[in-house]
Design a protein. Structure first.
Length: 350
């Protein structure tokens, strides 16, 4: 019998826990578009409380949550500021521009994932009829393409102060904000406090099958609910999904530390494999990025070779691969993965 592959492509491949499956089966439901689904209502209240905001909105995906935030903060012709490595810029199909008519001003992310404050200040447009209006500053926590690095409370506080001086709101793409909170020994509310709005995902490290939450002031969420309908995100008996989200928030946050420890175990093992370069400063959370340095090898080729050996990973850039730990991956799985992939570069060197 062929051994099952160890899937390190993303924390989106998680399977719902037994408690989630039970909760979904037993969920009390209603029509959420009418506001009648009690389980969705409980999830939204729980999310708002955890993030320190007045209200929350359940959406099918993180991309939709970010889009609804942008459509609510910005008018057509406005401009937002985001990092060059941000998910909003890289991996959301340009929705802010295509659907919202919002331009993006990209600032290079620093190595620690932050947007340098002086660069943010310089990017905020003065009032001039030649320029678009700077309507929003977007940051990501954890910052995926910078190695899953968490942004600190101190940085978020400083960014929030800068934004208030310029009267520009901050939206936090907190897809993995609970990873950041666990890594920084803080709370999601503390990290999100300086932001006018924050989105986080249930379906990544928290292991729920579907869903994200957009949180903010009550008036903001009321407007965002309209935009969710506009982009087709209104759901009916969504309590079946929300029930898993409640389990995720109540039972799956603290265990993220296990994923971080497993990522460290994986990084130390990968650093011993000739032909790979792993930054000794990482992993910060549950992501490991490795640069392929073996002659003749690319990220795509290594991904295919590792898959043949029974380990699934993902190419990030032409010479960089990403490996992500998550619920369902144990320390013995990490050791097995390293055993499977250690000989690959030597055996198949071109």
């Amino acid at each position: 019998m062929t051994a099952l592959p160890i899937d390190l492509r993303s924390d989106t491949v998680t399977q719902p826990s037994p408690a989630m499956r039970t909760a979904m089966y037993q969920a009390e439901v209603g029509d959420d578009v009418f506001g009648d689904d009690p389980t969705v209502n409980r999830l939204e209240a729980r999310a708002a409380a955890l993030l320190g905001k007045e209200a929350a909105l359940f959406v099918p995906s993180g991309t939709m949550g970010n889009l609804c935030a942008i459509l609510t903060h910005c008018r057509r012709g406005d401009e937002l500021i985001a990092g060059t490595e941000s998910h909003i810029r890289h991996a959301e199909a340009g929705g802010a521009s295509v659907l919202g008519g919002v331009a993006m001003w990209a600032i290079p992310n620093a190595a620690d994932g932050t947007l340098p404050l002086d660069a943010v200040a310089a990017a905020i447009r003065p009032i001039d009829h030649h320029f678009p209006h700077t309507a929003l500053i977007c940051v990501e926590n954890t910052q995926n393409r910078c190695g899953g690095v968490p942004l600190s409370v101190e940085y978020m506080t400083a960014l929030g102060a800068l934004a208030r001086r310029h009267e520009v709101p901050v939206h936090l793409d907190g897809a993995r904000i609970f990873n950041a909170a666990v890594a920084g020994n803080t709370t999601a509310a503390a990290l999100a406090g300086p932001a006018a709005s924050v989105m986080f995902c249930l379906s990544k490290g928290l292991a729920a099958p579907v869903g994200s939450l957009l949180c903010g002031a009550q008036a903001f969420i009321d407007r965002a609910r309209f935009n969710r309908k506009l982009v087709g995100g209104g759901m009916r008996q969504a309590g079946i999904l929300a029930a898993a989200g409640l389990v995720a928030l109540n039972e799956m946050v603290d265990r993220l530390a296990e994923d971080h420890a497993n990522a460290g175990r994986l990084a130390r093992g990968l650093a011993q494999i000739p032909g790979l370069q792993v930054d000794p400063r990482v992993p910060h959370t549950n992501m490991v990025y490795a640069t392929v340095t073996a002659p003749g090898w690319t990220a795509d080729r290594l991904t295919a070779a590792y898959a043949a050996a029974g380990v699934l990973i993902g190419p990030s850039d032409p010479q960089v691969v990403r490996l992500v730990t998550h619920y369902g991956i144990t320390a013995p799985d990490i050791d097995t993965a390293l055993t499977r992939i250690a000989p690959v570069l030597a055996a198949l060197r071109a």
